[in-house]
Design a protein around this ligand. Structure first.
Ligand SMILES: Nc1ncnc2c1ncn2[C@@H]1O[C@H](COP(=O)(O)OP(=O)(O)OP(=O)(O)O)[C@@H](O)[C@H]1O
Ligand SMILES: NC(=O)c1ccc[n+]([C@@H]2O[C@H](COP(=O)(O)O)[C@@H](O)[C@H]2O)c1
Length: 286
């Protein structure tokens, strides 16, 4: 699974007719969205499609709700709008507000389930399956779905897209439920982008459950190390420093227009326990 760069199917120019369609779902604070968040999607798509086994039909950014209670998390409406502005120039990355619209913080596995069920429901109805890379819906009739084995598998597989820090956070006691980890990795699969400061291969090797499921973890090595983080962007902004070229220009304009990110906003939730830590107790990952 810790694959190399050359893929025999691609090398020989072999056309795979039975590629699995994939929707990449990234959950996170996006506080604010940065260029690296967008790059993650491009890197993941290149990697999966380069394997010759997948075709990536859509990317979904799902900002976390305010009830996540992470320190410095500004209002969801702003984070959502910035993500919308950032993805305006993309023909395949979208932003979804379902998670934000929920009354409480939701485990990531529930967000994966929701999007997976939604795609399945659309596929079953046989009307519109969002297969087109360019955001256009392709109509697939019910009769065609049942008569063609290839089209029967047309409902895309949702995969979680994350950076190595999030995958490594699986090891933090009480942050993730062990059964959620098994479902996220085993049922959906993960595409994980390497991040400086994280040794993801070692972490997978040292974690029994991840090692067992390692075929479902696609590690994408980002050779052009890019350590942009939202933390760094917020720090620069509250110090009055430039963040141009770290975030898309429309995001920067929005931040300036609404005067976002100050010492006060960074102190939000300072004394509050993160929602998953409040909810979970007991079992940790072995
Ligand atoms: N430079 C990066 N390289 C790889 N993955 C990244 C990078 N920046 C963010 N990500 C990933 O993007 C997703 C959303 O991240 P999140 O909103 O937490 O951003 P962040 O920059 O890590 O935020 P913060 O600095 O506030 O913790 C996560 O899966 C995270 O691992
Ligand atoms: N148990 C869980 O499902 C769990 C735990 C911690 C974080 N998360 C999610 O991971 C993402 C992490 O975002 P941050 O890196 O910004 O904290 C968020 O979308 C959050 O909801 C999920």
């Amino acid at each position: 699974m810790f694959d190399c760069s050359v893929n025999p199917a691609v090398e020989s120019g072999m056309e795979a007719h039975n590629k699995t369609p994939v929707v990449l779902l990234s959950c996170g604070s996006f506080n604010p969205i940065t260029n690296m968040h967008l790059r993650m999607f491009e890197l993941a798509r290149d990697h999966l499609e380069g394997s010759g086994q997948y075709t990536v039909v859509k990317g979904i950014i799902s900002p976390v709700g305010d009830s996540y209670k992470k320190k410095g998390l500004i209002e969801a409406t702003h984070r959502l709008e910035m993500a919308r502005l950032a993805t305006e120039s993309s023909d395949w990355i979208t932003v979804n507000s379902w998670e934000i619209d929920q009354p409480q913080w939701l485990e990531t596995v529930k967000v994966l389930r929701h999007h997976s069920e939604e795609l399945r429901a659309v596929g079953k109805k046989g009307d519109e399956v969002d297969l087109d890379k360019y955001g256009k819906k392709r109509r697939v009739s019910r009769s065609r779905l049942s008569s063609s084995p290839q089209l029967q598998r047309v409902v895309p597989q949702v995969m979680m897209l994350c950076g190595a820090d999030v995958l490594e956070s699986f090891g933090i006691p009480n942050l993730w439920k062990p059964e959620d980890i098994v479902e996220i990795v085993g049922r959906y699969g993960v595409v994980c982008i390497t991040r400086s400061g994280n040794n993801i291969h070692k972490f997978i090797y040292q974690t029994d459950v991840l090692w067992k499921l390692c075929r479902k973890i696609h590690v994408v090595h980002e050779w052009v190390t890019n350590d942009i983080s939202a933390t760094h962007v917020r720090r620069a902004l509250r110090r009055g420093q430039s963040v141009k070229y770290l975030v898309p220009d429309p995001v920067l304009s929005y931040v300036q227009e609404h005067n976002l990110y100050s010492s006060e906003s960074e102190n939000k939730n300072a004394d509050v326990v993160l929602a998953p830590l409040q909810i979970n107790s007991g079992a940790s990952l072995s």
